[in-house]
Design a protein around this ligand. Sequence first.
Ligand code: XMP
Length: 317
Amino acid sequence: DWTAESFVETTVAQLKQKLGDDKVVLGLSGGVDSSVAAMLIHQAIGKNLYCIFVDNGVLRKNEFEDVLESYRTLGLNVKGVDAKDRFYTALTGLSDPEAKRKAIGKTFIDVFDHEAHLIEGVSWLGQGTIYPDVIESVSVKGPSATIKSHHNVGGLPDFMKLKVVEPLNTLFKDEVRAVGRTLGLPEAILGRHPFPGPGLAIRILGDITPEKVQILQQVDALFIEGLKREGLYDKVWQAGAMLLPVQSVGVMGDERTYERVVALRAVTSVDGMTADWAHLPYEFLANISNEIINRVKGVNRVVYDISSKPPATIEWE
Ligand code: XMP
């Protein structure tokens, strides 16, 4: 007899009671959980919810602008923070996947802590933690968990000393989506594939440069747009592209080229713990491969990942 409507009604009432005139700071990631948590808290306390959305330089193409715009349309009090350069600096020269994750986690904490300090009298930290995150203590998902796994580096940042409000911590993912739908979140946010916190940084194998990010953003956007156009986006659980640290020989007109290789990855899954490679139509793969090679400068070869998890993982790093 659980319904999203009654959950919203009770939770908003409880949040009003609990938070009163207090201020809450919350980091938005563009994903479902943080967005739904923000909408719920916003219903309870309005402008006293201060949302922060950080551009870490490794988001999808146009994602920062698009998502920020939809948050504003929803009426959220949201500050977009362009921290691209700080993240690129922190990532310079790093190739090891865990080193990249740590650099991104630490930089996010520094940026978020700085922003939280700018909000006078804030006393709560809002988080989009959902029930599986609570029971699965090893979870590495999302900014909140990134924070948890790094908070022992050099003492607790100040915002971690705030009281925590987690309105979704009894819900499963499908319930979170139902609540989001009731709250009027657009399908573009609700139906979104999972996207890792470290973003494209773990899809560029090896070291990160703004130029590589730019190439991968273009490839990823063509792939995702293609999936949507062909009605395949909602049939796969997650999809994306990897920029490989190899160059290969190709031919363009009379010229020999020596350029980058990208791997496309699309999987079907229930929870990401196990996954099968998505059996996308050959026709689609053929077209998307041509489109990518023709349109993205610096890429002359596309491969499709046909590994399942286990033994492979979804991401390549
Ligand atoms: P793997 O590659 O382990 O990925 O099969 C399983 C799911 O987790 C996501 N993932 C991450 N999410 N921070 C995140 O927030 C991370 O460091 C991270 N690594 C993997 C991945 O995108 C997939 O959905």
